[in-house]
Design a protein around this ligand. Structure first.
Ligand code: NAD
Length: 262
């Protein structure tokens, strides 16, 4: 086991479930003191208790509550070296059927919540002269998915925000993002537990399977770690290769290659 995060203090938003929970566990295992920030009090308390960390019950859409929780966490942990803006929600509705309320919710949690986290943590990290922020975006920021218009727009905004924050908070603070494809968490349980949908997702992915929360946490940890000390403003897609398009079927490829060159 490595100890990449010894002496570091991290806040993980949405840390009570899925990718956020796996990230809390990995950071804590590798030495960090972790604040598990989530709107769900029970999940935050459960994960915090299991990793010996702190829980903060906050809705990331609430600017004042985010600022207060970030300041309290930094105070209680003796500093703040890492922020993982991971809290997010998704849904699928045809674009023209989205209501104002649904639009505001998706943008509010996924994009505005990420901004609030950066705005609260940035000054603390700049004052300390060091820090890392990793934002959890989505493959849908890069490749549209039917039914996920506001979610895609919010996540594309997260990528833009990542680049902007990297420019404005450097050199002291690095800011990067991950863009996961289909990952098995409570968010995607409905798709994963449906044989037809799961098979479709798996067959469109070179890795041949759906990813795990731990596999995304590993990439978040890499970006946060000193191993990525010269990486900022970047996004790593964690999708088993599903973004790679191919209109050429295996059968067509075989036929063409058997026909030979020329
Ligand atoms: P999840 O539902 O398992 O976990 C999300 C956590 O965020 C939950 O604990 C939830 O309580 C918390 N949360 C939601 N809204 C919140 C709010 N307003 N304030 C504070 N906490 C809030 O989902 P997950 O799959 O682990 O997703 C984590 C992140 O990864 C999200 O940003 C999601 O968009 C992104 N993502 C997930 C997938 C996937 O396939 N699972 C793919 C791409 C991106």
């Amino acid at each position: 086991m490595t100890d990449r995060f010894t002496g570091r203090q991290a806040i993980v938003t949405g840390g009570g479930s899925g990718i956020g929970e796996a990230t809390c566990r990995l950071f804590a295992r590798e030495g960090a003191v972790v604040t598990v920030l989530d709107r769900d009090a029970d999940s935050a308390a459960r994960v915090a208790a299991e990793i010996g960390g702190r829980a903060a019950v906050v809705d990331v859409r609430d600017a004042d509550a985010v600022t207060l929780a970030v300041n309290e966490a930094a105070e209680a942990m003796g500093g703040l070296t890492d922020l993982v803006n991971n809290a997010g929600i998704g849904t699928a509705v045809p674009l023209l059927n989205y209501t104002d309320k649904q639009w505001a919710l998706l943008i509010g949690v996924n994009l505005t919540g990420t901004f609030y986290g950066i705005r609260a943590a940035g000054p603390i990290m700049l004052a300390a002269g060091k820090g890392s922020i990793v934002n959890n975006a989505s493959l849908t920021a890069i490749r549209p998915t039917r039914g996920e218009g506001p979610y895609s727009a919010a996540k594309a905004g997260v990528l833009a925000l990542t680049q902007n924050a990297a420019l404005e908070l450097g050199p002291a603070v690095r800011v990067n993002a991950v863009a996961p494809g289909m990952i098995h968490t409570p968010l995607t349980e409905m798709v994963v537990s449906n044989d037809e949908w799961r098979t479709a997702a798996e067959s469109g992915t070179p890795a041949g399977r759906i990813g795990t929360a731990e596999e995304v946490a590993e990439v978040i940890a890499f970006l946060a770690s000193d191993a990525a000390s010269y990486v900022t403003g970047q996004t790593i897609v964690v999708d088993g290769g599903s973004v790679l398009p191919s209109l050429q079927s295996d059968a067509l490829l075989r036929a063409i290659s058997q026909a030979g060159f020329g």
